[in-house]
Design a protein around this ligand. Structure first.
Ligand code: 5RP
Length: 218
């Protein structure tokens, strides 16, 4: 059922990309539905900037060319999922480990449309473990710094990001000030990216529930 709602959210995002030449495409099971839905309209797009090897494989299987972000400048629209969403459209992302490329594409896009099922909407971020991508040699140092800030970092074992780094998932956080925490964690030497999207939040969130589609924007 949750998967069906993810598909409904993905469907509702299609109007946002109808005039796009080059799409920004995120990662995850909700985005996989979105990519699949592009099949009948793929001829409209010159290509896509992809946030992960997994999405790249899926897009290429459809025949949609992958484009280097450096070759296209800013994008009109970026479509991606999230692990948690609050009422300010701030997000936790990176459950799939693609947070760094996702953050880069979100930053380079004029409109970030987040697609999700209703279960992702929370009153306060932090129940979902907050992913932090870290340069491998800095793992222990960064973990100690996170502990000093009151967090409980857990090494995501047997997982290497597409950028060759490791992930620390910070458990049991009650995130009262998302922007401030994003900046603090990003400032730890050895951190590549934190999966808090507060400085660059979503512009639009499409939420699918049993009651239908709800669109949130600020
Ligand atoms: C991947 C992500 C995903 O958007 C997030 O994990 C949501 O995934 P799903 O659509 O499978 O629920 O941030 O890094």
């Amino acid at each position: 059922m949750q998967d069906d709602l993810k598909k409904q959210a993905a469907e509702a995002a299609l109007p946002y990309v109808q005039d796009c030449r080059i799409l920004g495409v995120g990662t995850g099971s909700t985005v996989n539905h979105f990519i699949d839905l592009l099949a009948p309209i793929k001829h409209r797009f010159e290509g896509a900037v992809s946030s992960s090897e997994a999405s790249t494989v899926r897009l290429q299987a459809l025949g949609i060319p992958i484009v280097d972000l450096n070759a296209v400048g800013s994008l009109d629209v970026y479509i991606d999922g999230a692990d948690e969403i609050n009422s300010n459209l701030e997000l936790i992302k990176g459950g799939g480990g693609a947070l760094t490329r996702e953050k880069i594409i979100a930053a380079a896009s004029r409109q970030f449309v987040c697609i999700a099922d209703q279960s992702k909407l929370v009153s306060r971020l932090g129940a979902f473990p907050l992913p932090v991508e870290v340069i491998p040699m800095a793992r222990s140092y960064v973990a100690r710094e996170i502990i000093a800030l009151g967090g409980h970092p857990v090494w995501r074992e047997n997982f290497i990001t597409d950028n060759g780094n490791i992930i620390l998932d910070i458990q049991r956080l009650d995130i009262l000030e998302p922007m401030k925490l994003e900046n603090t964690l990003n400032n730890i030497t050895g951190v590549v990216t934190v999966g808090l999207f507060a400085n660059r939040a979503a512009d639009t969130v499409i939420l699918a529930s049993e009651q239908g589609i709800k669109t949130l924007s600020l």
